[in-house]
Design a binder for this molecule. Structure first.
Ligand code: OAD
Length: 252
């Protein structure tokens, strides 16, 4: 960890009864899952819309399926890291809502009870036909090179994630907004804060007078606006924050 922990942020966390944590790919980086925009990120040297849009899927379903299948096997082998564990542990002392852009399911694996997955889950598949639920299920293991599977209705199955140009899961932004309104503090960890609508959530919190603490090894567009911003890895800074908050006199 490079940055000092801001004392005021530690005190705010120690007094908080309710926390919203907005997380992004950086939180899973220490579990061995690449981010999107980093030097070795998923989007390096590719056109994201070829792999993550309905149009890309229509053009080359086998390539899109193969890319998600390789991510699924990497994710199945991954374990939560101390950043995920810390958010789960914080539930012992306050209400915690995790609002995540990650599709890897590691927050649930760590034991977080309330996780709003803004961009869906890569562990599930669904039918590509709007409104059909016949294909809902676990992402299947298929031999390499096999055609992407079909739903019972005949349409293709696809990962249950949000692609560019698609709506977020119904009701999820309302649920995130409601959690935000009741939050004493908002923690934003491991996101480049460039993808909307997720990036708007901390801005709404700041507008409502709720303090926002950012944790990221790099500056982001949120950095100058956040109440506090700590440069460092989530897997180190989050446990340190929790320990420091626990050590505050009169911590709740
Ligand atoms: P990005 O790849 O855009 O950003 C990852 C952020 O994590 C960067 O700001 C890094 O500096 C930071 N980071 C890297 N390692 C870290 C660590 N160990 N601890 C803390 N921070 C670290 O990922 P997201 O912001 O999550 O959407 O991207 C948002 C969305 O863009 C994704 O959900 C995905 C992508 O297109 C869809 O696929 C719909």
């Amino acid at each position: 960890m490079t940055g000092e922990l801001p004392g005021e942020a530690v005190r705010a966390l120690s007094r908080a009864r309710s926390l919203v944590a907005l997380t992004g790919a950086g939180v899973s980086e220490e579990s061995g899952i690449p981010t999107f925009r980093g030097g070795d990120g998923f989007w390096k040297g590719v056109r994201p819309e070829d792999l993550a849009s309905p149009e890309g899927f229509a053009r080359d379903p086998a390539m899109v399926w193969a890319w998600y299948a390789s991510r699924v096997s990497a994710i199945r082998a991954a374990r939560p890291n101390p950043a995920h564990d810390t958010l789960a542990r914080l539930e012992r002392r306050m209400r915690v809502t995790v609002v995540t852009q990650n599709v890897d399911g590691l927050h649930r694996d760590a034991g977080s009870a309330t996780v709003l997955e803004l961009h869906g889950s890569i562990r599930r598949v669904r039918c590509h036909r709007q409104g059909c639920r016949d294909g809902d299920g676990r992402f299947p293991d298929l031999p390499d090179g096999d055609d992407p599977p079909r739903c019972r209705c005949g349409e293709r199955l696809r990962p249950d994630v949000v692609w560019f140009g698609e709506m977020l899961p119904e009701g999820i932004l309302d649920a995130a907004g409601e959690a935000l309104r009741g939050a004493d503090i908002v923690l934003v960890a491991g996101t480049s804060s460039v993808v909307y609508p997720a990036a708007a959530l901390p801005l709404a919190a700041l507008e409502a007078g709720i303090p926002v603490l950012e944790v990221n090894p790099e500056e982001t567009p949120l950095t100058p606006l956040a109440t506090w911003s700590v440069r460092g890895l989530a897997g180190r800074v989050l446990p340190a924050l929790r320990e420091a908050a626990d050590a505050e006199p009169g911590a709740s």
